[in-house]
Design a protein around this ligand. Structure first.
Ligand SMILES: [Zn+2]
Length: 263
């Protein structure tokens, strides 16, 4: 495609074993039979045009222990394997404020944090009185983000926004009130980092929402939005699917199983 384009990497930093039926609101397995359907945890790097943009910051080893997840590596250490210094990154997109997407933002002291207004409203408002909505938030992450607001480090976006030529943010909602996806111009066309607008390929392909959800209607509408934003349905990258590491090659032999190049 013409115009600016970017490299895009998925970086795997954690893992969690679970059953397929736990990944769908209808409580049914993926196919006819119940089986394992683990989650991988990712952060993403967008690089090009002299810029580095990190999408989400992952969680720490301590949080992994608290929540019984397998922590494979610190996201900042993984970024270093791609010659990206977390401490120098200028722009971090926070897709939403769940613990597995926002835990390490203190490792990015130079960055402006890009967040949807609705997500802060959600994470600090009345719905957090209910366990079913607050379960995937950590209060210290949310309070930490409020501190970053007062430190002048947060840039709020209200709906869709162009971050740079060829990189844009898109309010999807659904999973949380203010979840945003990221659309990136690449050499193979528009790639969309869905984050948790679709945890797995199967959620969007079978229109079967993940069970952690703010609005089922917005989540289902979001699947169509993602497809409309991307070059093809295959250009949408789900937020937690181990298949991403199989469908896309590692950028080098040393990074096999750690990073996949998406552009
Ligand atoms: Zn997530």
């Amino acid at each position: 495609m013409s115009g600016p384009h970017y490299e895009v990497y998925a970086i795997k930093y954690a893992h969690h074993e679970r059953r397929a039926s736990e990944n769908f609101l209808d409580g049914k397995p993926l196919d006819a039979h119940e089986g394992p359907m683990p989650l991988d945890y990712f952060v993403w790097l967008i690089r090009g045009q002299g810029r580095e943009i990190v999408v989400d910051t992952g969680f720490s080893a301590a949080m992994a222990a608290k929540r019984n997840r397998i922590h494979l590596r610190c996201p900042a250490a993984a970024l270093r394997l791609l010659q990206c210094e977390a401490a120098k990154v200028k722009d971090v997109v926070i897709t939403h404020l769940h613990y597995d997407h926002v835990g390490n933002f203190d490792l990015f002291p130079s960055a402006t944090l890009h967040l949807q207004e609705l997500e802060m409203r959600y994470a600090t408002g009345r719905y957090m009185c209910q366990e079913c909505f607050r379960g995937a938030f950590e209060v210290e992450d949310v309070v930490g983000m409020v501190r970053e607001v007062y430190a002048g480090r947060v840039r709020f976006h209200d709906g869709d926004a162009e971050l740079f030529p060829g990189v844009s943010l898109h309010l999807i909602g659904g999973h949380t009130m203010g979840l945003q996806a990221v659309r990136v111009a690449t050499r193979r066309g528009w790639v969309v980092l869905a984050s948790d607008a679709s945890h797995f390929y199967a959620n969007m392909e079978q229109v079967r929402p993940f069970p952690i959800v703010w609005s089922v209607a917005d989540m289902v509408d979001g699947y169509a939005r993602l497809r409309a934003l991307a070059e093809s349905p295959g250009h949408v990258i789900p937020g937690h699917d181990p298949l991403v590491m199989h469908r896309y090659a590692a950028p080098s032999k040393a990074l096999e199983g750690i990073a996949a190049r998406l552009d």
